[in-house]
Design a binder for this molecule. Structure first.
Ligand code: SF4
Length: 298
């Protein structure tokens, strides 16, 4: 049987990442001096490498940025402390935060102003979590697993917010547990896990029904790409590009599904497809599970 390669839709670049990349591109185009970027603009090694080649200087610590410089803040969002430091250093900040992450910042501030404890479900030390929790210092608790949720104690008003890129099922299990244990725990209107995370996870699950191997294009530090590999439910690997492919994976595998994390431009998906075809052969087809037409304005 000839090998088949199924590309699922939606996959890859989401509206928030597309917007962040355009912001950084435009900033480079319009700035005369060096452009700095606080943290990886999005969690994709090849994207960061490409911007580095265009001259963007990536830093984790704003103190490394010379006073008065132009600095872009990443799509994951940044804490108020970083904005304060930037002001002190007279930096010209261009914020590339995704509007959906910003919505969670606003929720955290609004509930905190009404004396709620913010229970935040997310990954420790992920920049998105650090950014949101930075809005409510000392007034929040971070939960990363069901085991941690089971140790939670709440007295008084509390609200549950989540990182935008979590796994749907894992999150549901924790949310169900917490809302059953604490009936007064509030959930804000609308969900924090964003539409593109949701769509890509539902799409990869559908894809898995038609394949015997799934490849997820994405970097190891990308939360949403890792979740795609986890929720696939069949043998699945996370790869940055064709250089990561392993011969063993393809033994007795006739139908290979391909998806990509929200921080992966289509050209990187194309490189992987060409790599798979070149080394292991296969005919391409597409499986559209959900239509996605959302764009964010700059
Ligand atoms: Fe925004 Fe969702 Fe994309 Fe993150 S994954 S940048 S929250 S649209």
């Amino acid at each position: 049987m000839a090998r088949k390669i199924i590309l699922v839709k939606p996959r890859g670049l989401c509206a928030g990442v597309e917007r962040a990349l355009k912001i950084l591109d435009l900033t480079v185009e319009k700035s005369e001096g060096s452009v700095y970027c606080r943290h990886a603009i999005v969690h994709n090694e090849k994207v960061v490498e490409e911007f580095s080649q265009k001259g963007v200087i990536f830093v984790e610590d704003l103190n490394q940025v010379p006073n008065g410089s132009v600095v872009v803040f990443s799509a994951h969002g940044s804490s108020p402390e970083l904005f304060k430091l930037a002001k002190k250093k007279n930096l010209r900040v261009v914020d590339a935060v995704c509007p959906l992450v910003m919505k969670v910042h606003e929720e955290a501030k609004r509930f905190r102003a009404n004396n709620y404890l913010i229970v935040y479900l997310g990954h420790k030390n992920h920049p998105e979590a650090l950014g949101v929790l930075g809005e409510v210092p000392g007034k929040s608790v971070l939960i990363s697993s069901l085991a941690e949720a089971k140790k939670l104690k709440i007295s008084g008003k509390a609200v549950l917010l989540t990182q935008t890129t979590l796994g749907l099922e894992e999150t549901k299990e924790i949310v169900d547990y917490l809302t059953a244990k604490f009936p007064n725990l509030e959930l804000p209107a609308g969900k924090d896990i964003c539409f593109s995370t949701t769509n890509r996870q539902l799409a990869v699950k559908e894809l898995a029904k038609h394949c015997d191997l799934i490849l997820v294009v994405g970097s190891k530090n990308s939360s949403n790409s890792n979740r795609l590999r986890e929720v696939a439910g069949i043998e699945a690997y996370l790869v940055d590009g064709p250089e990561d492919l392993k011969e063993d994976w393809f033994k007795n595998k006739n139908i290979v599904g391909i998806t990509a994390g929200a921080s992966v431009p289509e050209k990187l998906v194309r490189e992987l497809i060409d790599g798979v075809k070149g080394r292991f052969g296969g005919e391409e087809e597409e499986l559209e599970v959900i239509k996605e037409n959302i764009k964010f304005r700059l």
